[in-house]
Design a protein around this ligand. Structure first.
Ligand SMILES: *[C@@H]1O[C@H](CO)[C@@H](O)[C@H](O)[C@H]1NC(C)=O
Ligand SMILES: *[C@@H]1O[C@H](CO)[C@@H](O)[C@H](O)[C@H]1NC(C)=O
Ligand SMILES: *[C@@H]1O[C@H](CO)[C@@H](O)[C@H](O)[C@H]1NC(C)=O
Ligand SMILES: *[C@@H]1O[C@H](CO)[C@@H](O)[C@H](O)[C@H]1NC(C)=O
Length: 311
């Protein structure tokens, strides 16, 4: 009995180990899998230099396109232009900015747009270009936004921005005391001489707050809007970090002397798109519609038909 029991016991012990081993291995694998997944979904666990950003986006940018309430159709076109773009680097919000509404028709149509798109900012001012709208825009933001952004842009509505190269160019730059754009005069390559063109310039959030709180812009808000911003920053000894992104930002060929040049592959912004043929040229040059596939649903429309189009 004793002799026969022993081998049986040994056999059982071996079986025990043999049956539990796969279980233990799979438990370990599972733990590793869970930890790995947590790290992937939450990069903060992997890298400590992305604190405060729960998503993988590294910074945020508000692009405020200053336009007029009546330009419904143009706004819809710009929604298409920007709706199909994004950047993995940045949370980019695009909003259309105007002064207070003056017509009943505007109130109804804008209410519809807001319900559908939620991309409208209506400021407390009467519509103007060089009488303080840009001041009202920047100075209102800290009070009306529900959260700050790293950067805020003021843009014109006749500009095509490419969000991917824009975000890539901002990524390595300082997050504070920054003034970024296309420096005027056209031939200037010095971002301190003298101010960034109104086509689209960016201020870091600390400068937006400064504009909201300082007497310097408040006392001096009337005048060519882009020039005034440069003047405030100079008088206030602000924006130690300045970047003028030439030749990536420019005016459409032939539209504005030395501020214009031919379309180039590494473009960030093309300004002064006043006519449809100019927009079409830009859309085709940058292969904006390249994702289009052929389908029975849209007879004859395909990439080739877009490129064979005669202007
Ligand atoms: C709008 O601006 C006017 C002055 O231009 C001011 O009297 C009024 O209080 C402002 N309204 C709001 C809601 O801030
Ligand atoms: C529109 O803006 C002006 C400020 O320029 C303000 O005086 C006026 O009260 C505003 N109107 C409305 C309806 O908010
Ligand atoms: C702005 O104007 C106010 C009132 O006129 C004046 O008291 C203040 O000194 C001015 N500030 C600047 C920086 O010009
Ligand atoms: C657009 O696509 C064409 C064909 O693939 C390519 O040769 C060209 O470089 C692209 N243009 C840009 C600006 O990426």
């Amino acid at each position: 009995m004793v002799n026969s029991d022993k081998p049986v016991f040994k056999m059982n012990q071996k079986r025990l180990v043999l049956t539990k081993l796969p279980l233990m291995v799979s438990a370990v694998v599972m733990v590793i899998f869970i930890v790995f997944n947590l790290c992937i979904k939450n990069p903060i666990l992997l890298s400590s230099n992305v604190q405060n950003y729960p998503s993988t986006k590294r910074f945020s940018l508000l692009i405020g396109i200053l336009t007029r309430a009546d330009k419904h159709e143009h706004r819809h076109f710009l929604r298409l232009i920007y709706g199909i773009q994004s950047s993995p680097l940045a949370q980019i919000d695009i909003k259309f900015v105007f002064c207070n509404l003056t017509k009943q028709e505007q109130r109804v149509l804008l209410a519809l747009e807001i319900l559908q798109f939620n991309d409208i900012i209506i400021l407390n001012c009467s519509e103007n270009m060089n009488e303080g709208k840009t001041y009202t825009y920047f100075s209102s933001l800290p009070n009306i936004l529900s959260h700050p952004y790293d950067y805020v842009m003021k843009a014109d509505d006749d500009v095509y921005f490419r969000l991917l190269p824009l975000a890539s160019s901002l990524q390595p730059l300082p997050r504070s005391d920054l003034y970024y754009g296309f420096v005027i005069p056209c031939q200037s390559m010095n971002p301190f001489v003298s101010y960034m063109s109104g086509m689209g310039f960016i201020l870091s959030w600390d400068l937006v707050e400064w504009i909201a709180n300082s007497d310097i812009p408040r006392n001096d808000s009337y005048g060519p809007e882009d020039k005034m911003v440069g003047k405030w920053l100079n008088v206030g000894k602000k924006a130690k970090n300045r970047v003028s992104n030439k030749p990536a930002m420019y005016d459409y060929p032939g539209m504005n002397g030395r501020c214009s040049h031919e379309l180039i592959p590494h473009t960030i912004a093309v300004h002064r798109l006043k006519r449809w043929d100019q927009w079409l040229d830009v859309i085709r040059y940058f292969n904006v519609t390249k994702e289009l596939t052929t389908s029975k649903l849209y007879n004859g429309l395909n990439i080739d038909s877009i490129f064979n189009l005669k202007l």
